[in-house]
Design a binder for this molecule. Structure first.
Ligand code: GCU
Length: 408
């Protein structure tokens, strides 16, 4: 499926999965595909990092097109949002190709601030109207998950307004001096095995599966954010929950404008190990995710279903691609499916790359206690409770951002 694309790995560059050697242990991020050791920072930056990106594209996430021209239309500005605390902008991004593809962005910026604001950028599951109970926010026009509140016949209704206020906690974000930019995953790809999204408009030569397409969407929103004078382009924090957490880490690995990545409860295909031996009991497996969600990863990845030990990387290498930028892996005790123990192993295994680049990496090789943030550049957080994103998580995300953006 992966066809020739200028400047990226091409089909044929790497062996068929069945021909790769078995590696029971985690592949060393500091050893090249040809076995050569990576000793210097330059070797990492010039050789190993680009190679790992190509390996992830080839064997797992697929290839995406280069950034097209992004045209931003500011649809509405409300300088008196949240009782006067914030300025709200609704922006539509299109790509100047007459193909009707649009990303709808909701940007909320604190009014009380000195200079441009640091910004969280996060994809949402139910449209921007679910994030704030504001009757003026545009109802998302696209196909929507049927199991969400206020959704009828796979379209949102007015009843979906504000249904995810407690997931996004916008007011807390604003009170801490951060902006938030959010957009709906389905504007880019509707998350259905039988239907592609934005990919249809960019030619058949790209094998970008859903998670790659979503990550590409993060980058297009960032294309806009770096042009907005209210935003500090050097302080962009990407965040996402679960399948959108997998997306968050991938986006940060490929887009260095992301200063901090917070993949929340991402697990398999994102922050959790593919090699089950490095994870906890009850975690999702590669075979299972490829069966339930065949559209999330490319065709090659399925060839590892019964053979994960042939993967020339594991997910610690995706974390390492973010080095030396801070990454926080965030978890919940009851969310074993997302592999909290395995995720901690991935954090520790990414550490040598952080150290090579002069970062402090992990503070400890022992998992922190429940409810205690390990706030080193390679960070880890686990709280009591289940699979969800809540106010407690946001307090931690904000503390982590404050620390690493030196705001406190
Ligand atoms: C399923 C899937 C996970 C995913 C989650 C979600 O549980 O198996 O991999 O993270 O959905 O996105 O909520």
């Amino acid at each position: 499926m992966a066809l020739a694309i200028a400047g990226t790995a091409q089909s044929g560059d790497y062996p068929d999965p069945a021909k790769l050697p078995l590696k029971a242990d985690l592949p060393d991020p500091l050893v090249m595909f040809n076995g050569k050791k990576v000793i210097t920072k330059e070797q990492w930056l010039k050789s190993r990092r680009p190679e790992l990106k190509k390996l992830f594209e080839h064997y797992m996430y697929g290839h995406a097109p280069k950034a097209p021209k992004v045209i931003a239309k500011i649809e509405r500005i409300d300088k008196n949002a949240l009782g006067g605390k914030a300025t709200l902008k609704e922006i539509t991004l299109s790509f100047g190709r007459g193909d009707g593809v649009k990303i709808h962005v909701l940007l909320v910026i604190p009014n009380k601030r000195k200079g441009p604001a640091p910004v969280f950028v996060g994809m949402n599951f139910c449209g921007n109207q679910s994030v704030l109970a504001d009757p003026k926010i545009r109802l998302n026009p696209n196909w929507m998950y049927g199991n969400r509140k206020g959704v009828k016949g796979n379209r949102v209704t007015d009843a979906s307004r504000g249904t995810d206020v407690d997931v996004w906690n916008v007011e807390d974000i604003i009170d801490r001096g951060y902006a938030i930019a959010t957009f709906y995953s389905g504007d880019i790809d509707p998350d259905r095995p039988d239907q592609r999204g934005i990919q249809k408009n960019f030619g058949t030569e790209y094998d970008w599966a859903t998670i790659r397409a979503w990550a590409w969407g993060y980058s297009r929103v960032i294309d806009y954010l770096v042009t907005d004078a209210d935003i500090d382009a050097s302080k962009i924090i990407a965040v996402g929950h679960s399948r959108l957490g997998k997306t968050t880490l991938l986006a940060a690995a490929f887009d260095e404008r992301i200063a901090i990545a917070i993949p929340h409860q991402a697990g398999c295909g994102g922050t959790g190990p593919n090699r089950a031996a490095f994870g906890n009991k009850g975690a999702e497996s590669v075979k299972r995710i490829n069966t339930s969600f065949p559209h999330w990863f490319n065709a090659n990845f399925k060839k590892f279903n019964d053979d994960v030990e042939r993967l020339p990387f594991d997910q610690h290498c995706l974390i390492a691609l973010c080095a030396p930028r801070p990454v926080l892996l965030s978890n919940a005790v009851e969310d074993k499916w997302a592999n909290p123990d395995g995720q901690f192993n991935m954090v520790v295994a990414a550490d040598p790359v952080y150290k090579l680049l002069g970062s402090k990496g992990v503070a400890s090789k022992k998992m922190p206690a429940v409810g205690r943030l390990m706030n080193s550049p390679l960070g880890y957080w686990i709280r009591d409770g289940k699979h969800s994103m809540n106010r407690e998580d946001w307090r931690v995300f904000l503390d982590f951002a404050d620390k690493h953006l030196k705001r406190k």
